[in-house]
Structures are given as structure tokens and as C-alpha cells.
Ligand binder design. Structure first.
Ligand code: 1HE
Length: 257
């Protein structure tokens, strides 16, 4: 499933998907965005979690600006919807995706990272939305996903003023859930992916597909959907055997953090 600009491999039951266009700072051409869509759509059944990272000094410089030719409104709409379809395959695909971030995580690169389920950043990471100064707008789902991570006010400020967040501040405001020393984002992301891969598949499914929907429902509907999901998850044989293992002293206790 490898593409010239997108490397794919499976280690045990974890897929590693790597943007591989370092000379262009992993800028996303239409071909690359379609390759991301295809990769997540056609994930082998054996895969239980994925790591997404970028080759070279930067995670991703966003949209390939050299392809930003004259488009009329209709073509612009289709282009943006193509990004939505591809990033939906990441967020609502078959497996949780852990992004390993370093260097530039900007524009469409930040939109891509925002579609992942966990973000691990190293100390070199920085976050920006240069669309504001390029005279354009986000078009890859950023207007929906980024305010959910950092709030509308912070995103508005980033786009109006060109503000760049460094790795420490990015973790503080909610871009990344983990901050690690330089060069360690991939290893940490892989370690997390291996742990995620060991969960009951229905639990991972609930977290990817039920939780974000519940979070957007009015409380009354959210409580009801939660009960439905809880009932389905607890009835699976795997849930029964995991709970039995704990009660028989065979499963790990929760340890202090
Ligand atoms: C690119 C791109 C790109 C680099 N499209 N070619 N994104 C941006 O506005 C960010 C633009 N990029 C940058 O600000 C910088 O390149 C970086 C901070 C990411 C990296 O800096 P640096 O010094 O390591 O690299 P560089 O020398 O700027 O770039 C190396 C090459 O990559 C160079 O090409 P070369 O042929 O001269 O070697 C750059 O032109 C090329 N390059 N970034 C095309 N983005 C769904 S809508 C999403 C909307 C957006 O994402 S808009 C934001 C676009």
C-alpha cells in the first residue's frame, strides 16, 4: 500500500504511516491526501492501532501551496471536501491513530494532526495556521476540529495574528496530550499504540465513534447513547473475560501515575 510520498508498514498489529516528502517539508499534494485516504480506508484487518508521523525535520507544512492554482468556488468546495473525506478516514476509520509530531505542524498539517486520536509532540514541535496571512481559510476540517482542542478564541487569535505556539505551550493549551524530549515522539507514540492495540476492539470502537458523538449531543441524549454503548460493550465476551481475570487476581491493578 506504499505510495512514493507515504510509507506504510505493519509491525505486529500496529500500522506505521509516514509522510515521506521531506524535501517539501511533507507538504500535502492532492496525491498525498488521497493516499492518506486510501491507506486508512484499506487498513488490513490485523491492524489494531496506527502511528502517523513525518520524515525529516518537520511533521507537515500543510497544503502544497504550489498546487493552489486558480480554482473557482465550486472547485474550491470539492477540494476542501476531498480533504474532509480523507481526514474522516483517519478520525472515523477502523483504528485509533496516534500522531507523532515534531517541527512544523502547520496549516493542513495541524488539521491532519487534529484528526488523530492522540498527539505526542517532541520539544521541536510548533503549531501555526498561516492560512490567515496567506489570504485563505482552513479547509481541511480545522474549523471544526481545532476549536474542540484549544477553543475558538485561541484559533481565532492564531489565524488573525499569525501566532505560533511552541511545543510547551502547545501541550498546555491542548494540541498535544504528551510532550517528550527531541527525537522521542515516534517511540512514545509506538509505545502508546501498542498499548491501545491491546484493548478490547469494541472499547476502542466506542471511544472513536461513540464518544465524539456523545460529546456533541444534548445531555439527555448523551446519557442515553452512553447507556446503549455501555450495554453493548459490556455484553461482549471479551469484556466478561477481562473482568473475570481482574476478579481472579490475574489482571493488572491500576497503579499510581
Ligand atoms: C512547500 C511548503 C508548502 C515548504 N507548499 N511547498 N503552509 C504554509 O504556509 C507553511 C509554508 N512553509 C513554511 O513556512 C516553511 O517551509 C516551514 C516552516 C514548514 C519549514 O521551513 P524550512 O526552512 O525548513 O524549509 P523551506 O526552505 O521553507 O522549504 C523547503 C522546500 O519545501 C521549499 O521548496 P524548494 O523547492 O525551494 O526547496 C519550499 O518551497 C517547500 N515547501 N512548505 C509547497 N506548504 C486544506 S487547506 C490547508 C491550508 C494550508 O495548509 S495553508 C498553509 C500552508
Amino acid at each position: 500500500m506504499s505510495n512514493k510520498n507515504l510509507h506504510f508498514e505493519v509491525r505486529d498489529n500496529v500500522a506505521i504511516v509516514r509522510l515521506a516528502r521531506p524535501a517539501k517539508r511533507n507538504a500535502m499534494s492532492d496525491g498525498l491526501i488521497l493516499a492518506i485516504r486510501d491507506t486508512f480506508e484499506k487498513m488490513p484487518d490485523t491492524v489494531r492501532a496506527a502511528v502517523l508521523d513525518g520524515e525529516g525535520e518537520h511533521f507537515c507544512a500543510g497544503l502544497d501551496l504550489s498546487e493552489l492554482k486558480e480554482r473557482d468556488a465550486g472547485q474550491g468546495m470539492h477540494h476542501s471536501r476531498m480533504w474532509h473525506a480523507a481526514l474522516d478516514c483517519v478520525q472515523f476509520g477502523p483504528v485509533p491513530v496516534i500522531a507523532a509530531l515534531h517541527g512544523a505542524v502547520v496549516g493542513g498539517g495541524l488539521e491532519l494532526a487534529s484528526a488523530c486520536h492522540i498527539r505526542v509532540a517532541d520539544e521541536t514541535a510548533f503549531y501555526a495556521l498561516p492560512e490567515g496571512s496567506r489570504g485563505i481559510f482552513v479547509g481541511g476540517g480545522g474549523a471544526v476540529r481545532i476549536p474542540r482542542l484549544i477553543g475558538t478564541a485561541r484559533m481565532t487569535d492564531m489565524m488573525l495574528t499569525g501566532r505560533v505556539y511552541n511545543a510547551q505551550d502547545g501541550e498546555r493549551i491542548g494540541f498535544a496530550q504528551y510532550l517528550v524530549p527531541q527525537g522521542q515522539a515516534f517511540d512514545k507514540a509506538l509505545e502508546l499504540a501498542q498499548r491501545v492495540a491491546g484493548n478490547a476492539p469494541l472499547t476502542n470502537y466506542a471511544l472513536m465513534h461513540a464518544l465524539p458523538r456523545i460529546a456533541e449531543q444534548p445531555s439527555d441524549q448523551g446519557f442515553f447513547t452512553e447507556s446503549l454503548m455501555a450495554a453493548i460493550a459490556q455484553s461482549a465476551p471479551e469484556a466478561k473475560s477481562r473482568v473475570r481475570d481482574f476478579l481472579e487476581g490475574k489482571a493488572a491493578k491500576v497503579k499510581r501515575g
